[in-house]
Design a protein around this ligand. Structure first.
Ligand code: 5GP
Length: 182
């Protein structure tokens, strides 16, 4: 049986995290890749579970050692996928990565069989309204995020699959079907 490497991307707030978490909780044959990041842990996050939290120096060292399948910068912090973990895991299981568009396209270059899946909102306007309505961030941060949404969605054509997250369970089933088909 062939094991699948899948990158799941989409604008923030679209529900990709819930989709990935549900799939790995249901399927023993799919493992989530834990990324490295230089951003500080949020409350409740555990080193090695949500991310491996690294200093900028440690991250830089691992870039030089070519230890990342892909990496990218996000709002001033680095995020990257550990290459050795992914390649080792693929020998026995499929791997799902929740990464951004830049990272997905890099991963496809390094590993051409990587399946790229983009999750999109049923309505872009609604997603924008939700982001602004949250009221937890200043206008500059919101504008950065809105620009990022437009940027992510502008790469849709380079993706193997685009899934509309209208209903969470339907979207989860569609992603699972892609694993089974690939
Ligand atoms: P957050 O800080 O909210 O956990 O994640 C911010 C963004 O970083 C998300 O869009 C997420 O998809 C992206 N991200 C998380 N891990 C990686 C990674 O390993 N590589 C890349 N390129 N992006 C990542």
């Amino acid at each position: 049986m062939k094991h699948v490497l899948m990158a799941v991307s989409g604008p923030s707030g679209v529900g990709k995290g819930s989709i990935v978490k549900t799939i790995i909780s249901r399927r023993e044959d799919i493992v989530e890749s834990v990324s490295c990041t230089t951003r500080p842990p949020r409350e409740g996050e555990v080193n090695g579970r949500e991310y491996f939290f690294l200093s900028h120096e440690e991250f830089q060292k691992r870039i030089e050692e070519k230890d990342f399948l892909e990496y990218d910068e996000h709002f001033g912090n680095y995020y990257g996928t550990p290459k050795s973990f992914v390649l080792e895991t693929l020998k026995t299981k499929s791997v799902i990565m929740e990464i951004d568009v830049v990272g997905s396209l890099q991963a496809k270059e390094v590993y051409p069989d990587c399946v790229l899946v983009m999750i999109v909102p049923p309505s872009l306007e609604e997603l924008k309204r939700r982001l602004i309505g949250r009221g937890t961030e200043d206008m500059e941060k919101i504008e950065n995020r809105l620009a990022r949404i437009e940027y992510e969605l502008s790469h849709k054509d380079k993706y193997d699959y685009v899934i509309v997250n209208d209903d969470l369970e339907t979207a989860i089933k569609e992603v699972e079907k892609i694993f089974d088909r690939e």
